[in-house]
Design a binder for this molecule. Structure first.
Ligand code: FAD
Length: 108
């Protein structure tokens, strides 16, 4: 199997970057497109336990992807990532810093 850590780092970079460049306010077609992407992502992510846990987390009502716009999606993605951080015993990331980390700055 692929290196789960390197795969994870690369994938989070991709997912947070995608959220950080999502439209400020997303039209319904964009929301549908992203919703499909996340559903498919949850089925093809090549770390099967990771994918399965991600799917069950997303399936809960309170964790449904929030895809109305950039800020909301970025905060949702931050929560998703923090869920995994918690599972792995890593510190939680302060979601108020999503923009500085993934859009405007490059600190991290
Ligand atoms: P990463 O967690 O990869 O984070 C990279 C960078 O993102 C950090 O340095 C920080 O700057 C920033 N960051 C951290 N948290 C947040 C946040 N909440 N919001 C925004 N930015 C943040 N690994 C497993 O062993 N088991 C699993 O079940 C598992 N599930 C995963 C599910 C998914 C969907 C993904 C994408 C990855 C999963 N991983 C899993 C991999 C794991 O999350 C890490 O990517 C991997 O352990 C490497 O961790 P890291 O400490 O280098 O930083």
């Amino acid at each position: 199997p692929p290196d789960v850590e390197a795969l994870g780092r690369a994938t989070w970079t991709f997912l947070h970057s995608m959220a950080a460049t999502y439209p400020d306010s997303a039209p319904p077609e964009k929301q549908k497109e992203m919703s499909s992407f996340l559903r498919i992502f949850g089925n093809v992510y090549p770390c099967w336990v990771c994918a399965e846990d991600f799917r069950s987390w997303m399936a809960k009502d309170e964790n449904k992807p929030v895809l109305t716009g950039r800020e909301a999606m970025s905060r949702w993605m931050c929560r998703a990532h923090n869920e995994v951080n918690e599972k792995l015993g890593k510190p939680a990331f302060d979601c108020n810093k999503w923009e500085e980390r993934w859009r405007t700055g490059r600190k991290g």
